[in-house]
Design a binder for this molecule. Structure first.
Ligand code: PMP
Ligand code: GLU
Length: 399
């Protein structure tokens, strides 16, 4: 048989998706598994949103839409961006996509040529470097420091820029570290991007989940000179518990939006019509429901932090955003499991926990940072309590 696609063979599978799929499979087989693997809110999609999806079916809104999505839905996105983020977009600058992941893919597809360098701060969400590689680009990874709350500084960004740099991907608040970028750091980053005539792909999917009392989330596109060079990624998966509906979008400069619509017209055509009507409802609802979730997430964060930080050999900080805790477990490396196996990396550590105490969490190496693990606290308090207990039991059993 002839060779298959080198570009796909050369990318890594998504470890977050793999951990989630495995945990769900083991549970379905009747195994006793507690999963803090996937970043997936545990609440149901709000009833009004579910009903909007059902109404779309009942009203026969089940046919093809324009590749960029339904006009009223894109108008609702433009209105959201104006109201919540102070960003002025026309509906033709908005493309509805099958989830935010697809919005990231479409955005990179529109701007990357083979050999282009794309700067990604690490720890990064698993998907970014692989999508850059899939499109023939070169991911350039910038190491961030825990002392800076894992924020990439303007200076660190500037050092990574070369004549081949095309774009920067910034995820704020950040998966997996929970970092909420401060306005000063964002300002410095924006300055470097403008000075070097780069594009920014700004993934703002966790924007509503920010817990700082001293500063608030700010869109990278809102800084001077950034609107015309930023592709804003967002969606309803996290804010409205719509992971399975696949509702995301990208807001981009006009010329780029046109390219994305052209590509989408030749690939998926458009995201589900029904999901788009549900998304419109979600976009038009008051944010109270999201703020209620945010407050609950803050309680969950504090609870899980309280438990995990007391486990010997584990260290972590309190993050200000998203719904993840990122813990340093490197002091446990070199220890032996009760079965006599030496733990030497985060994959071995997570495999050990899954096999012995039935706890699913994600190894830091998935995010480019060995020595760490990621806990998602988008789970009920009971699940968090059970997870913390299992984690402690697993760690204490190491010799
Ligand atoms: N961006 C980040 C940073 C994420 O963590 C995720 C995971 N859900 C996505 C994008 C993808 O979201 P969606 O489920 O809407 O594709
Ligand atoms: N984004 C979520 C996570 O990081 C869901 C899985 C994925 O799409 O990566 O767990």
């Amino acid at each position: 048989m002839k060779n298959l696609s080198e570009r796909i063979l050369n990318i890594a599978p998504s470890l977050t998706v793999a951990v989630d799929t495995l945990a769900k499979k083991l549970k379905a087989e009747g195994k006793d598994i507690v999963s803090l693997g996937a970043g997936e809110p545990d609440w149901d999609t709000p009833l009004e949103v579910q009903n909007a999806g059902k109404a779309a079916i009942d009203e026969g809104k089940t046919r093809y839409t324009a590749p960029q999505g339904i006009l009223e839905v894109r108008e609702a996105v433009a209105e959201k961006l104006r109201r919540e983020n102070g960003l002025e977009y026309a509906p033709e600058q908005i493309i509805m996509t099958s989830g935010a992941k697809h919005a990231v893919f479409n955005s990179l597809l529109a701007i990357i040529n083979p050999g282009d360098e794309v700067i990604i701060p690490e720890p990064y969400w698993v998907t970014y470097p692989e999508l850059v590689k899939l499109l023939g680009g070169v991911p350039v990874i910038v190491h961030t420091r825990v002392e800076n709350d894992f924020q990439m500084s303007g200076e660190e960004l500037a050092k990574a820029v070369t004549p081949k740099t095309k774009a920067v991907i910034l995820n704020n608040p950040t998966n997996p570290t929970g970092t909420l970028y401060s306005e000063d750091v964002l300002q410095d980053i924006a300055k470097v991007i403008v000075e070097n005539d780069l594009y920014a792909v700004s993934d703002e999917i966790y924007e509503h989940f920010s817990y700082s009392d001293s500063f608030r989330f700010k869109s990278l596109a809102s800084f001077e000179g950034m609107l015309q060079r930023t592709l804003v990624i967002n969606g309803l998966s996290k804010s409205h518990c719509m992971t399975g509906w696949r509702t995301g979008y990208v807001a981009a400069p006009k010329e780029i939006a046109k390219l994305i619509a052209k590509a989408q017209g030749q690939t998926t055509h458009h995201p589900s019509n029904i999901a788009q009507y549900a998304a419109e409802k979600a976009l038009k609802m008051p944010l109270d429901i999201v703020y209620k979730m945010r407050d609950e997430f803050r309680n969950r964060r504090d609870f899980l932090y309280g438990k995990v930080s007391k486990v010997p050999g584990v260290s972590l900080r309190v993050p200000n955003g998203a719904f993840y805790l990122f813990a340093d477990i490197s002091k446990l490396f070199g220890k032996k499991t009760p079965a006599g196996k030496v733990i030497s990396d985060s994959i071995e550590f997570c495999t050990y926990l899954l096999e012995t105490v039935g706890l699913a969490i994600v190894p830091g190496s998935a995010f480019g940072r060995e020595g760490y693990v990621r806990f998602s606290y988008a789970a009920s308090m009971e699940t968090l309590a059970a997870a913390a207990e299992r984690f402690e039991k697993g760690v204490r059993a190491l010799q």
